[in-house]
Write a new protein. Structure first.
Lengths: 183, 183
DNA sequence: TTGACTGTACCGTCTGGACGGTTTATATGC
DNA sequence: GCATATAAACCGTCCAGACGGTACAGTCAA
């Protein structure tokens, strides 16, 4: 099992995300992360020699998580011959709600060292591009993926400009639209 | 004419947005804003007695701009009997590209004092809710509005995970989908 | 014995904000 | 018509605190 013990390194990254989610990216200090992770400041600096390394760690873990998730969806899709896009979108819905590492890492990095997002840019754009291009209607697929981004943004910044009771219908509609693309 | 002279106050708010766009929300300091606005630090603090006031000013101007834009679209719509949603969406497309005050204000405030967004939350959610509910298919309208948010986010953080050459087709498709809602 | 930390003390820099001074515009009194 | 008063708009400097980072001695389990 890969989820046996959360290594201190991961604990620290989790703590960093929690701080960003709760207090804003501007309050992401090494001290705050240490306190949140119940580790000393020296302990944080042992794993991440400086703050840039910490931010880099957040961005890298985010990319790894997205990559794994999409790869898993693709594997499932090819396994039972179902279309990929709905699977990916469903994953996104399931993950939303919990403060997710994607948004937090983006916010944190963009606040202080936007250039750290350069590798993420390439990775994300090519990943989603590939995903959309694999469907019969790439433009429609992109629009749905953008809608998912928007939903994430609104949750991330705390506006549910989508009220809770509309979340379920939106989810159903987006999924059915995703299926229609393959019709 | 209301656009006669850009008051120092507005110059300062513009400068703040520029700083956020160029260097990230974490680099939004009073000194940086002063330098960008070609005003002394004391000058900035004359108009905004502290940093919270500056952030509040950004958020308030953002709401005013959105409110005015949507009101204008609604006025145009009722004037010639055309549907509102496509007009609003067209405005959003036209505004994108230039670093817009909406995103910058959101980023800046969320970084340091997320609670400053509380009034914006209410305003934006009720505004977009009203807009969507005024269409024959609120769910579809919400999805399109979310897609616009997503597009804004991706431009904002510098990922065009939508490549430039797809922007035009996406624009056309979203607009035609917006029209279909009324069909 | 080594790796993974803790804890404390400390330094240099940056930043928000306070403060007092200075220019400019406008109004008032004579 | 001119001096004076007054307030608004702005400048430049200073300071306390926060933050990133360093250094180093000590703990403790495997």
């Amino acid at each position: 099992m890969t989820t046996s013990k959360p290594s201190t390194r991961d604990t620290i990254l989790d703590a960093a995300e929690t701080v960003v989610a709760r207090e804003g990216s501007g309050r992401l200090t090494i001290d705050a992360v240490a306190a949140e992770a119940a580790v000393s400041k020296g302990g944080v600096l042992y794993h991440f020699p400086n703050k840039i390394a910490l931010l880099t760690g957040m961005v890298e873990r985010m990319m790894a998580e997205i990559g794994a998730e999409i790869a898993a969806a693709e594997a499932r899709a090819t396994a039972d011959g179902s279309p990929v896009l709905p699977l990916v979108i469903q994953d996104m819905f399931n993950r939303s709600g919990t403060h997710d590492s994607v948004s937090m890492a983006l916010l944190a990095a963009s606040a202080e060292h936007p250039e750290l997002l350069d590798p993420a840019r390439e990775f994300l754009s090519s990943t989603f591009q590939r995903l959309a291009d694999a469907t019969p209607d790439p433009i429609a697929a992109q629009i749905l993926l953008l809608a998912m981004d928007g939903l994430k943004l609104s949750i991330l910044l705390g506006f549910n400009h989508v009220p809770d009771h509309q979340l379920q219908p939106i989810r159903d509609r987006v999924l059915s639209l995703a299926h229609e693309i393959y019709a």
